[in-house]
Design a protein around this ligand. Structure first.
Ligand code: CAA
Length: 240
């Protein structure tokens, strides 16, 4: 039986590449999105992967969505917590809302989604959870106290849940991308981005597929002994 996977923020950017990589491994994938329905429809047309709309920051919506997906496709055995947003500003200019939104989506989403799938994984004695962290959660980043705190939190969350999941055959790992060629990075002011790219030893932005490769590796059948680890994929920008 094909494994059933949920990829949050799975219809574009890094998430789309992950959805496609897991599908290509033979999994049944459900891709989550919250924004544009039109873009999600285009994604489904391109990939044949169904897209489901809910907000990962909403605890009850996560419970309902996981129940619906399990009903339709079977028990969810793979979860990739990829949904993430930025609200960049220095602390002096950051509002409480900018702080809270990023914490609620990026870190709260990991809790809400893991909470929804973990009982089923425990029951089935098999599971793979991969959380998308960030180089900026490892190293910090000027203008991102919210994002760096949330991503850093994801790395702690991963190590704690890995300890709880191990006895049930549930692995929990993180992938920490560097600067990847996506809409999120394209939103960084051009002059700032230029300076950042100059500091990447590989001399270029990463590609979404290069992150998906790492996620697929951690979701494989024979990756069962890898848990609590962080795979950094950043072109050599930060070695942690
Ligand atoms: N280190 C030190 N000083 C810095 C700096 C840095 N990295 N970046 C900016 N500054 C300085 C500027 O030189 C400027 O100094 P002066 O006033 O002396 O000229 C000052 O900070 C600007 O401060 P402001 O408060 O006026 O900042 P701003 O409103 O112009 O914007 C910012 C600041 C929003 C942080 C902007 O610089 C920015 O967007 N930076 C990029 C942040 C970033 O990398 N985000 C990553 C997004 S992608 C992502 O998050 C994905 C992932 O996981 C990797």
């Amino acid at each position: 039986m094909a494994r059933v996977a949920i990829v949050t923020g799975g219809t574009r950017g890094i998430g789309e590449a992950i959805s496609v990589a897991l599908r290509d491994m033979g999994m049944v994938v459900a891709a989550n999105y919250v924004g544009s329905e039109e873009r999600a429809r285009a994604f489904t047309e391109r990939t044949g992967i169904p897209a489901y709309r809910w907000n990962v920051a909403d605890f009850d919506a996560c419970q309902a969505a996981v129940a619906e997906i399990a009903e339709r496709h079977g028990p969810v055995q793979v979860l990739v917590n990829n949904a993430g947003i930025t609200r960049d500003a220095t602390l002096l200019k950051m509002s409480f809302e900018m702080w809270k939104e990023v914490i609620d989506v990026n870190l709260g989403g990991c809790f809400n989604m893991s909470k929804a799938v973990f009982p089923g994984m425990k029951e089935g004695r098999w599971g793979r959870i991969v959380n998308i962290g960030s180089i900026n959660g490892q190293a910090g980043q000027y203008g991102q106290v919210n994002y760096a705190a949330a991503k850093s939190g994801i790395h702690g969350f991963t190590k704690a849940l890995a300890q709880e999941g191990a006895r049930f055959g549930v692995t929990v790992n993180a992938v920490a991308p560097g600067y990847i060629d996506t809409d999120m990075v394209a939103a960084v002011p051009a002059d700032v981005l230029e300076k950042i790219v100059a500091r990447i030893p590989a001399g270029r932005l990463g590609r979404a597929e290069e992150i998906a490769r790492g996620v697929a590796f951690l979701c494989a059948e024979d990756a069962g002994f890898i848990t609590g680890s962080t795979l950094s994929i950043n072109g050599g920008q930060h070695m942690y």
